[in-house]
Design a protein around this ligand. Structure first.
Ligand code: PRX
Length: 651
């Protein structure tokens, strides 16, 4: 086992292992790899030219005049260029020999299968683009999508892109209120949903939840419903339409609407340090270039590969490495609707075997669950088709990395640990398989063309040790803003240092320049790979009549990485008994979604605050993780803390 050593970083992030193991690429993998060492040298000479070369591999209606126009924090990539992303993702494959190649192999949770060739996907997207037009959707209009993981989700996003409409996918596990807030923030005109979906054998009543949300969404004029099952629903005449009915009437071809390279492609909401989720805006030319290039080199895709990214399209990973990146590369990919443990804990491995998956991309939280379930589950299946493995979403602990390497990869498959964010649009730190030697727990080096450093509070570079992760050069997929909130965009990402992007993560750099991402330094909890804002959960809780005040902290969790521990001050002399605990947990799950359900609820007669009234979450975290209390000198009333501690220990 590697030695563990505590290190403190500038971000106040706790400990880090000292990991000595290193895995060199095999000569066999290197010989066939898309990535070459020279990519780094070329990109370093002129990073704008490097991205321009990548962009040249896509279909453009009109070539750009200028690769990059940069005045921090505003970047314009491929200035003057015009394109429609669906020409790169679909049309070109119809004419280049991939017409009958499987684009999407879909498996439903109850066991149904569907395969769509590139031509079939192209036809569906064209038809649905005509449906959208028929419903009055035009370039620049916003379309909200609240669907299960079914092919129509991919069809809907690409159909929006076909006509220049801006899509915003809301994860199907989010509550009606979360859906409502996102729709209203965007002023979406149309909602695409389904009668329901499947999750662990249960039906997720999407249309019912959408109806609840729509009570309060004045901008939505029409709702298109995909019939996933035979689920009961209320149909509102005039507003609601069946997807399949509209598709029957639609023309088979829809000419692509060409847009400026900087035209918004989608808005995706993510949690930030203050309550309201942020609508992250991504544009067309740069985003597509970034996802195309990273898919090609990080996942090393070849014509015969079967790629499977297990993420939901409700998250950015599904946007970049399911909808756009693989299709821009003409890849065959798998899409799965349900849970990894339904009906048994080998569902993923069964899918890998059944479809011959060769490149597999998942999250550390899933890997830890697989470890817990035991290696006999993957052991039941032939996983020899796998040749490359990837992870994303949170730091991967070296034990999980080794398990993935040995049990799933049979020590043959390189692992790409990829660091990026909703805001970055595409992978930023990653090994290049076949080129980069890997170290368990390190995402290794910035992708070619990307420049990242570890900085301290003053913006001074840390050459060996801990600090804040910083992106010191513009990149094509970078967010162009927060929908409707310029001030917040500048404050959140661009105010820590001058002209440098701050992702909100702490990290360490070692003597070989390898980067080790440690986690968030802001008030965001990364649970099961999803960012949850502590403020969002707190503001949901105080809406409950029993709660006066709440403070949320992240605590280590065996499977989820981090889980939510909530300190609550209650109204009157209410007692935090089992019943109230359960009610509050359900309340949060209902308000925000099951992913935000608190693991622990702890009674706090009062919350520890500074003299200026700021809640000291750091100290609450010490209590919830059983640590010695840190510095309490800035507290208005240190005694409060000891009372909470006593309650916690009593529990
Ligand atoms: O803290 C980092 C963590 O996830 C955050 C981004 O979350 P989100 O926008 O939801 O996007 C997740 C999928 C791209 C980051 O700020 N994170 C993501 N990947 C890694 C990671 N932390 C460590 N290692 C990673 N590979």
């Amino acid at each position: 086992m590697p030695a563990r050593k505590g290190t403190t970083s500038a971000g106040g992030i706790d400990t880090l292992m000292t990991e000595k193991r290193k895995f060199k690429p095999s000569t066999k993998f290197t010989a066939q790899a898309n990535g070459k060492k020279s990519l780094y040298t070329t990109a370093n000479k002129d990073y704008v030219k490097f991205w321009e070369d990548m962009a040249s591999e896509l279909v453009w209606k009109k070539k750009w005049r200028e690769g990059l126009k940069w005045k921090a924090p505003d970047a314009k990539w491929f200035v003057g260029g015009k394109l429609n992303v669906t020409e790169s993702c679909l049309d070109r494959h119809i004419h280049n020999g991939r017409k009958n190649k499987a684009a999407l192999i879909w498996e439903g949770e109850p066991g149904s299968h569907r395969t769509l060739t590139y031509f079939e996907l192209y036809r569906q997207v064209n038809k649905f683009a005509n449906v959208l037009k028929m419903l009055g959707i035009k370039k620049g209009d916003r379309v909200a999508i609240y669907l299960p993981m079914i092919p129509e989700l991919m069809v809907s996003t690409l159909a929006c892109a076909r006509i220049g409409a801006i899509h915003s996918v809301v994860f199907g596990g989010f509550s009606p209120e979360s859906l409502r807030d996102r729709i209203n923030d965007l002023g979406a005109k149309l909602l695409i949903t389904a009668d329901g979906g499947y999750r662990r054998g249960q039906i997720v009543p999407l249309k019912h939840d959408a109806d609840v949300a729509l009570h309060d969404c004045p901008t939505v004029e029409d709702v298109v419903i995909v019939k996933r099952g035979d689920f009961l629903l209320r149909f509102k005449e005039g507003r609601d339409h069946w997807f399949h009915r509209l598709m029957q009437e639609a023309d088979a071809y829809c000419p692509p609407v060409y847009v400026d390279a900087e035209h918004p492609l989608f808005v995706l909401y993510t949690s930030g340090t203050t309550g309201k989720p942020k609508g992250i805006v991504h544009t067309t030319g740069g985003y597509l270039t970034g996802v195309y290039a990273t898919t090609k080199y990080v996942f090393d895709l070849k014509e015969d590969d079967v790629f499977w990214c297990t993420a939901d399209v409700g998250w950015v990973t599904g946007h970049s490495y399911l909808v756009y990146g693989p299709t821009a590369n003409g890849a065959t990919q798998v899409m799965y609707e349900g849970a990894p443990d339904w009906p048994d804990q080998d569902r993923f491995w069964e899918i890998v075997e059944d479809y011959g998956v060769s490149v597999f991309y998942t999250a550390p939280t899933a890997i830890r669950a697989f470890m817990k379930w035991g290696k006999h589950w993957p052991g039941r299946h032939d996983l020899s088709s796998l040749r490359l493995l990837g992870t994303v979403g949170e730091p991967i602990n070296p034990e999980a990395w080794m398990w993935y390497h040995e049990v799933i990869g049979n020590k043959r498959c390189p692992i790409v640990d990829t660091w990026w964010q909703t805001e970055t649009g595409h992978i930023m730190i990653t090994p290049l398989p076949g080129v980069t030697a890997t170290k368990p727990g390190s995402a290794t080096l910035p992708f070619p063309g990307i420049e990242m450093k570890i900085l301290d509070d003053d913006g001074k570079e840390v050459k060996n040790g801990g600090g804040y992760l910083a992106i010191t050069r513009p990149w094509p997929g970078m967010l162009r803003g927060i929908w409707g909130d310029r001030k917040r965009f500048v404050e959140t990402y661009w105010s820590k240092w001058d002209g440098i992007y701050f992702p909100g993560d702490g990290a360490k750099v070692d003597s070989e320049k390898y980067l080790w991402v440690l986690g968030r330094v802001d008030d965001v909890i990364n649970t099961a790979g999803h960012r949850i804002s502590t403020m969002e959960v707190e503001s949901a809780l105080v809406e409950h009549e029993a709660v006066v005040e709440a403070a949320v902290v992240g605590v280590p969790h065996e499977l989820k990485g981090e889980a939510l521990a909530v300190f609550v001050t209650l109204a009157g002399d209410l007692e935090l008994d089992q019943k109230l605990r359960a009610r509050l947990k359900d309340f949060v799950a209902r308000k925000i979604g099951a992913i935000a359900r608190p693991e622990q609820l702890i009674f706090a007669p009062d919350l520890p605050k500074t003299r200026s009234g700021k809640i000291m979450r750091r100290l609450l975290k010490d209590i919830a993780t059983g640590k010695v209390l840190g510095d309490t000198t800035t507290l208005a009333d240190p005694d409060v803390l000891y009372q909470i501690k006593a309650h916690y220990e009593e529990d």
